[in-house]
Write a protein that binds this ligand. Structure first.
Ligand code: NAP
Length: 266
């Protein structure tokens, strides 16, 4: 049986990497998916192609998640197409790296705007839609599910990436506060914190064998993650199987957060 049959899921940043992995995994489980992208239309089309190849259905939605008007427009199009929303995955994110002392304020603001405020805006729109549905009679079903994309750097500091690590630390506390405020509406809010997943965001690591080996050293489980690893976790968090899981973070990181050199850093 498909675990998300008939559910409508909106996934931001689904033109690439982890967002694409989630869209495909959810479509395989019967969800209709909204594939958000910002600049990479070709990537979004490729995601839709793979969704359809897996027997799923999707629509493509262009929007900058850091812009409230564009987020509103994206929700309108999603609701016009699917009528309602059951699952919101706030996944879109970027990196603009520099050491603290050299970081341009614009890069600080841009990363916080997309990685943190973008997740806030999408989660808030989705939560308002979930609440409109009223009381859910079945006690083992949520009125809606929000899944935030965090990172192991919500607890592991990351020199050279202060804007990114700060955004993810913020996502963790935002997720927990949303969960507290929304639980009585039967809305579940959780986060996934990926470790090292092979996607374009960390392309410079995959191009450099030495960097790749250094990274692997930090992963006790000794393998790099795949978008599918995150997709599978997101499916479970969105399904009724995880109905009593609320306000928590799942680290999907091959034990990276327990690497001895990191312990105590968080
Ligand atoms: P990716 O392949 O670079 O994908 C990033 C996605 O975000 C793209 O679809 C991109 O869309 C979208 N995006 C960027 N700015 C946007 C904006 N303003 N509005 C809407 N969408 C926007 O990176 P990824 O690795 O899949 O990352 C996805 C999420 O996972 C991020 O939140 C990242 O922080 C998190 N994460 C990744 C890793 C990892 O190892 N890969 C680890 C921990 C956490 P366009 O290309 O169309 O602009």
């Amino acid at each position: 049986m498909q675990r998300l049959k008939g559910q409508k899921a909106l996934i931001t940043g689904a033109s690439s990497g982890i967002g694409r992995g989630i869209a495909i995994a959810m479509a395989k489980e019967g969800a209709q998916v909204g594939i958000n992208y910002y600049k990479n239309l070709e990537g979004a089309e490729e995601t839709l192609k793979q969704v359809e190849a897996n027997g799923g259905e999707g629509i493509i939605l262009q929007a900058n998640v850091g812009d409230p008007e564009e987020v509103e427009g994206m929700f309108k199009k999603f609701l016009d197409a699917f009528g309602t929303i059951d699952i919101m995955v706030t996944n879109a994110g970027i990196q603009k790296d520099a050491p603290f002392l050299e970081m341009d304020f614009k890069d600080w603001q841009q990363v916080l705007n997309i990685n943190l405020s973008g997740q806030f805006l999408c989660a808030q729109f989705a939560a308002k839609e979930f609440i409109k549905r009223g009381v859910v009679k079945d006690r083992s079903k949520a009125a809606g599910k929000i899944i935030c994309m965090s990172s192991v750097h919500d607890i592991i500091p990351w020199a050279g990436h202060i804007n990114y690590a700060t955004s993810k630390g913020g996502v963790m506390m935002m997720m927990k506060t949303m969960a507290q405020e929304l639980a009585h509406h039967k809305i579940r809010v959780n986060a996934i914190s990926p470790g090292a997943i092979k996607t374009p965001i960390n392309e410079e690591v995959w191009q450099n064998e030495e960097k790749r080996k250094e990274l692997l050293e930090l992963i006790p489980y000794q393998r790099i993650g795949k978008p599918k690893d995150i997709g599978n976790t997101a499916v479970w968090l969105a399904s009724d199987e995880s109905d009593y899981v609320n306000g928590t973070t799942i680290y999907v990181d091959g034990c990276m957060t327990l690497y001895p050199g990191f312990i105590g850093n968080g």
